[in-house]
Design a protein around this ligand. Structure first.
Ligand code: SF4
Length: 694
C-alpha cells in the first residue's frame, strides 16, 4: 500500500447506504478520506462491510458533486448558471411565495428523503409545516417502506419494527418473504445459520442469491404471497399449532379471521401460488412448531398495491402463534435507506413527530405545548403523499416542487407522468449533493448540499438502533449541509428564532427532538450522542417491542385482519405477455448518483440487463447477450442486454432499476397501494423484442 493511502486519523461513523446501519471507521490522511473498514466493536456488523460500505469514502472526491447554487436565470430552456447563495435563496423564496400567494400555501409540494440525518429531517418538518405552511410533504421512503409503516399500524396501532437483528440468529425458523438480503442488505446474511438446526425458508418468485441460501425456496407466482400467508394460517389453525392463550389475551377479531382463512386450503393455495400443497403443509408445520419463528420482508411485499395488507397478513401469523416480543420471534420489516426509520419517526409525513397522530387532539396539543405554539397551527390530517403530489403537479394544483436528496426521474414509476409533473410545475428546486442528476435537468434551481461524511448527526436503522454519523471531510466548493440550508431559509422567512430558538448545530435539533420524542414509543430521550457513539448505537424501545403483549391500540390488543388476494393491476395478455419484476443489485445504490461515480462499483455493473427464462428466449428466438427492447403500454426501455437464465421463471422477466440510461421506470405502472400510497414496482405487463433503432 502506498503511503498516500495510509490514514493518519480514523473516524467512527455509520454507513450512508442501506438500513442495516453498519458501523464504520473511515481513515483520512491530511484531511482527505483514504480508507474505510468495518468497526469491529459495532454491534450491527462486527467489523464487516459490503462492497458499497468499503468504497463509500470514494464518493467524497468523485466528479459531479454540486459545488455552487445554479439557477436557470433565463427561464426554462436556458442553461443553469452559477449564482450566489443569497440570490439562490432569494429567488427560491420569492418564486414559491408568489405561487403560494396566487394559489394557496399547498401549491408547494416537498419531497424529502431517508438519506437525511434524523436531526435534519426533524428540522425540515418544522420548516415545511410551520414556515411554508403546506401539508403536501412526504419522503421518498413512500417508494420503499410506506407499506411496512401502514401494515404495522393496521395490526399493532403504531409503526415500529418489534424485533431486532439478533432474532435472525436465535430463531428456529426464518421465513423471508420477498426479501433478497444477499443483494440488498448483505451484512444481514451473517446473522443466518448461527443457530444449529435453524431452517431458512425464502418465498420469492425469482431464484435470488438469498433463495440460493435457503433450505426451502418457495418460487411462488408473483403477488401470491397473501394466499401463501393465509394458507399457512389455515394449517396452523386446522392442526392446533396456535397459541390460544396469546390470541385470547392479546388479539382482537380472531373468530372472524379464523372463519376467513377456512377457504385457504392447501389445495386452493397451491393453485394460486403454484407451490405443491405438501410444501405449503411442510412450511406451515415448521413455522407452527418452532419455539421461535421470525418473518422478515422487504420490497417484494412493500412494492405492491396490496403492500400494507400483506404486512398485516404477516403480522397475523406472528400474532396467532405468539411469535412476537420474544427472542427469535418477530414480524420484521427490513427497511431500505440508511435513515428510513429516523425520518418516519421524526417528520411530518405519515405522522406528526414522535408517531403522534394527526387526528388526535391530545397528540396535537402535546406537540404544540412543547413547541410553544397554538395547536391550530398543526394539521389535523396529512397532506398529499408522494404520488399524489406528482399527480397534483400534473393537474396544476401543485405548482412548486422541492426535491431534497432524491432523484425521481429514475426512481419514480411511470416516468411519463413524472416528466409531465416536472415540466408542468412552474418552479422546481433540486437540493442534492450531485449536480448532474437526471432530475436536476428539470430544475429551475439547484442547491448544492453536503453529503454523508460531511455532516454530523444520527441515523436509525431497521432494528430501531440509533447510530452516530460523523463528519470527516469538508463539503466541496460552496455546498452546505441540508441543516444549514433549512436554517438559512427560516432566517429569510423571519422565523428562525421561532422555529429554531438558539439553534446553531444539528445537536441543537437533537436536543429538541429528544424532548419531542420523550415518553413516546420511539423515545430518543434516554441517550446522548456520546453514549450512542461509544456503544455503537442504542435501540429505542430496547431489544424488542410488545414483550408484555400490550399494543398501542385502544384496549391494548393487536388486530387480526382478513386479507383477500386481489389480482394485480396489469395482467399479462396476448400483446404484453411477460410480468416484469424490478429490483436491485449489490453493487449499486438506488439511482447510482453515488455508486455510479465510484469506478470500482460501476465497473462491475455498468449497465442494466434483462433476465429471461431459457424457454421463453427459445420461443422468441433470442440468444444470450442479444440487445432487446422492453415495451409496455406506457413506453419502451430500449437496447438492454439479455441474460438468459433459469433464475427467472417462464412468463416473468427481471430488470434492475438503478440505471438512468436504461430506465426501467419508463415501463413500470403508476399503480399505488390505497393505504400506504407505495408504488406497485414489482409487476407490470411487458413484451420483449429484438432491439430496433427506434
Ligand atoms: Fe452499508 Fe448496508 Fe453494506 Fe452495511 S450492508 S456496508 S449498511 S450498504
Amino acid at each position: 500500500i502506498s503511503d498516500s493511502r495510509v490514514a493518519d486519523t480514523w473516524t467512527k461513523t455509520t454507513c450512508g447506504y442501506c438500513s442495516v446501519g453498519c458501523g464504520m471507521l473511515v481513515g483520512t490522511r491530511n484531511g482527505k478520506p483514504v480508507a474505510a473498514r468495518g468497526n469491529p466493536d459495532h454491534p450491527v456488523n462486527r467489523g464487516k462491510l459490503c462492497p458499497k460500505g468499503l468504497s463509500e469514502h470514494h464518493i467524497l472526491n468523485a466528479p459531479g458533486r454540486a459545488t455552487t447554487p445554479m439557477l436557470r436565470r433565463g427561464g426554462r430552456g436556458t442553461p443553469l448558471v452559477p449564482v450566489s447563495w443569497d440570490e439562490a435563496l432569494d429567488v427560491m423564496l420569492s418564486r414559491i411565495g408568489a405561487l403560494q400567494r396566487e394559489n394557496g400555501n399547498e401549491t408547494l409540494g416537498v419531497i424529502g428523503t431517508g438519506q437525511l440525518l434524523t436531526e435534519e429531517f426533524y428540522t425540515l418538518g418544522k420548516l415545511v409545516q410551520l414556515g411554508f405552511r403546506t401539508r403536501n410533504y412526504d419522503g421518498n421512503t413512500t417508494l420503499c417502506m410506506a407499506s411496512a409503516v401502514s401494515g404495522y399500524k393496521l395490526s399493532f396501532g403504531s409503526d415500529g419494527p418489534p424485533g431486532a437483528y439478533a432474532d435472525m440468529e436465535t430463531a428456529d425458523v426464518v421465513l423471508l418473504v420477498g426479501s433478497n438480503i444477499a443483494d440488498n442488505h448483505p451484512i444481514l446474511c451473517n446473522r443466518l445459520r448461527k443457530k444449529p438446526g435453524q431452517v431458512l425458508i425464502v418465498a420469492d418468485p425469482r431464484v435470488t442469491k438469498t433463495a440460493m441460501m435457503a433450505d426451502i425456496h418457495l418460487p411462488l407466482k408473483p403477488r401470491s404471497d397473501i394466499a401463501l400467508l393465509n394458507g399457512i394460517a389455515h394449517i396452523l389453525l386446522r392442526d392446533g399449532m396456535v397459541d390460544r392463550d396469546y390470541i385470547a389475551t392479546h388479539t382482537e377479531a380472531f373468530d372472524t379471521f379464523a372463519s376467513f382463512v377456512q377457504d385457504f386450503t392447501p389445495e386452493h393455495v397451491s393453485a394460486v401460488t403454484g407451490l405443491p400443497a405438501e410444501t405449503i403443509e411442510r412450511v406451515a408445520h415448521l413455522y407452527g412448531t418452532a419455539k421461535a419463528a421470525f418473518i422478515g420482508w422487504t420490497m417484494g411485499v412493500n412494492h405492491s398495491t396490496q403492500g400494507a395488507v400483506t404486512v398485516a397478513a404477516i403480522n397475523n401469523l406472528a400474532l396467532i402463534t405468539g411469535n412476537i416480543g420474544r427472542s427469535g420471534a418477530s414480524p420484521f420489516s427490513i427497511t431500505g435507506q440508511c435513515n428510513a426509520m429516523g425520518t418516519r419517526e421524526s417528520g411530518f409525513t405519515s405522522a406528526l413527530p414522535g408517531y403522534r397522530k394527526f387526528d388526535s387532539v391530545s397528540d396535537r396539543d402535546e406537540l404544540a405545548a412543547i413547541w410553544g405554539i397554538s395547536a391550530d397551527r398543526l394539521p389535523t390530517a396529512r397532506g398529499l403523499a408522494y404520488p399524489d403530489i406528482i399527480e397534483a403537479a400534473v393537474a396544476k394544483r401543485v405548482k412548486a416542487l422541492w426535491f431534497i436528496a432524491t432523484n425521481p426521474v429514475v426512481s419514480f414509476p411511470n416516468y411519463k407522468l413524472l416528466e409531465q409533473a416536472l415540466t408542468t410545475a412552474e418552479f422546481v428546486v433540486v437540493q442534492d449533493g450531485f449536480f448532474l442528476t437526471p432530475t436536476s435537468e428539470f430544475a429551475d434551481l439547484v442547491l448544492p448540499a453536503a453529503i454523508w461524511g460531511e455532516k454530523e448527526g444520527t441515523y436509525t436503522n431497521s432494528e430501531r438502533r440509533i447510530s452516530k454519523v460523523n463528519a470527516f471531510s469538508k463539503p466541496p466548493g460552496e455546498a452546505r449541509p441540508d441543516f444549514d440550508i433549512f436554517l438559512a431559509l427560516a432566517d429569510r422567512l423571519g422565523l428562525r428564532e421561532e422555529l429554531y430558538p438558539g439553534w446553531h448545530t444539528t445537536h441543537d435539533a437533537w436536543l429538541e427532538w429528544q424532548r419531542v420524542s420523550a415518553g413516546r414509543l420511539c423515545d430518543y430521550s434516554p441517550f446522548t450522542w456520546q453514549q450512542i457513539e461509544d456503544l455503537g448505537g442504542m435501540q429505542w424501545g430496547g431489544d424488542r417491542l410488545y414483550g408484555d403483549g400490550s399494543f398501542p391500540r385502544e384496549g391494548g390488543r393487536a388486530l387480526l385482519h382478513c386479507v383477500p388476494c386481489l389480482p394485480f393491476t396489469e395482467q399479462p395478455d396476448a400483446e404484453y405477455g411477460f410480468i416484469l419484476n424490478t429490483g436491485r443489485t449489490v453493487e449499486h445504490w438506488h439511482t447510482r448518483t453515488k455508486t455510479g461515480a465510484i469506478p470500482m462499483l460501476n465497473g462491475m455493473v455498468p449497465n442494466a440487463w434483462l433476465e429471461m427464462n431459457p424457454l421463453d428466449a427459445s420461443r422468441l428466438d433470442l440468444r444470450q447477450h442479444d440487445r432487446v427492447d422492453i415495451i409496455s403500454r406506457r413506453s419502451t426501455v430500449a437496447n438492454v442486454e439479455l441474460r438468459i437464465t433459469g433464475i427467472i421463471a417462464p412468463g416473468q422477466v427481471f430488470m434492475p432499476f438503478h440505471f438512468a440510461e436504461q430506465n426501467s421506470n419508463l415501463v413500470t405502472l403508476g399503480a399505488f397501494d390505497p393505504i400506504s400510497r407505495e408504488p406497485n414496482f414489482k409487476q407490470c405487463a411487458v413484451r420483449v423484442e429484438h432491439h430496433r433503432n427506434r
